[in-house]
Design a protein around this ligand. Structure first.
Ligand code: MG
Length: 368
């Protein structure tokens, strides 16, 4: 089987809440997503998606994804999309770094491998665990009262894990955590995600001020070393996210006892192939995981569902259903939340079929 054509589409994904806000005053109103279609000489077609969280979150941005795909695509024409490691090595040899640009291509190749083998991607990633898996809801940064109200609203929708976007003014953040925590119910989990937003003295104040509260602290500061310093000053369970983007920081984090949970975003690692490596390493090391991506629509959500569902249940801390945050559907067959939980499709490949009207005309195309 050979790749004959790689096509990309640009899709706008507005939000039901109108705006998503997190640390440092950063926010996004409409997400800029890129969908990749890979065609083959045997008529099998695969789809992938990447959607950075705006240009100021990770070192990734929507136009960069498309420029990166345009740079990589010609080298993949004529290659076998089912040979995932060969494809990944070729992508790395063609373009150094830029894992987010490679992610939708890798996902589309997994979609093809699943269709060719007649298996859902979750089976190829090790097999689905149980009927479904648990989701969290990200609570966009607002006033403490609004965030508490939103937690109550999403609890009504079935969510039991809430990730508060903090990383702002430490005094307000303390109030955000306290106000939401006051109404938490048995069995629920609360995460305060600063998304790198605090300086060390600010993070030190917040973790001390909420020392009596059952809350996870996620990525308080910008650098790994700053986070490690805060980790060593607190007894809160600790999540590392932005600074863990490959196996090396993961191994270092394990050696330093830097975290209890790691956030594995598919595009941060460069696709399902590399995210799976990280997932399997965490599984062997006993590190729990949040499995998600930076953002996305139906296709990213499908990819998340296959990786999350194939992660051992006790090690899957939580996962995300981004397609419920956005107002636009881009694929049929994508998984949807049911009472705060989700399951991956049992259909072959990703189990999705794109809605062509939603994708529009291609913005780039590479073929022989
Ligand atoms: Mg995070």
């Amino acid at each position: 089987m050979k790749i004959t054509k790689i096509v990309a589409y640009q899709v706008d994904l507005p939000l039901h809440e109108g705006k998503y806000a997190w640390s440092g005053g950063k926010s996004v109103d409409v997400f800029d997503s890129t969908v990749v279609r890979i065609e083959t000489d045997e008529g099998v077609t695969g789809y992938g998606e990447v959607c950075p969280l705006g240009p100021a979150y990770l070192p990734s941005y929507a136009e960069g994804a498309r420029t990166g795909i345009a740079a990589i695509a010609p080298s993949l024409i004529g290659q076998d999309p089912t040979e995932l490691d060969v494809i990944n090595r070729l992508m790395d040899a063609t373009l150094k770094g830029h894992p987010y640009a490679k992610s939708p291509i890798d996902i589309a190749c997994w979609d093809i491998l699943g269709q060719v083998s007649g298996q859902p991607v979750s089976t190829l990633l090790g097999g689905a665990n149980g009927d479904n898996f648990v989701l969290y809801r990200a609570i966009s940064q607002r006033s403490p009262q609004e965030m508490a109200d939103n937690v109550a609203m999403y609890r009504e929708q079935g969510y039991s894990r809430f990730q508060l976007k903090v990383g702002g003014d430490p005094d307000v953040d303390i109030e955000r955590i306290r106000q939401v925590a006051a109404n938490m119910e048995t069995g629920e989990k609360l995460i305060a995600d600063a998304n790198t937003g605090w300086l060390m003295h600010e993070a030190a104040r917040v973790v001390r001020a909420v020392a009596d509260i059952d809350v996870y602290i996620e990525q308080p500061c910008a650098s790994y070393d700053e986070c490690l310093s805060i980790r060593r000053r607190t007894t809160h369970p600790f999540v590392m996210d932005e600074t863990i983007d490959g196996l090396e920081p993961l191994l270092r984090g394990h050696a330093d006892d830097a975290m209890d949970v790691v956030n594995i975003k598919i595009s941060k690692f460069g696709g399902l192939t590399k995210a799976r490596q990280a997932r399997d390493l965490c599984t062997s090391l006993g590190i729990a995981m949040t499995i998600e991506d930076s953002w996305g629509g139906d296709i990213v959500t499908a990819a998340i569902s296959h990786l999350a569902h194939s992660t051992p249940t006790e090690l899957l801390f939580t996962a995300t259903d981004f397609n419920s945050y956005v107002t636009v559907d881009i694929a049929e067959g994508a998984p949807h939340r049911d009472n705060g939980r989700m399951s991956s499709s049992r259909s072959q490949g990703l189990g999705i079929a794109p809605i062509h009207k939603a994708l529009g005309q291609p913005v780039l195309e590479a073929s022989a």
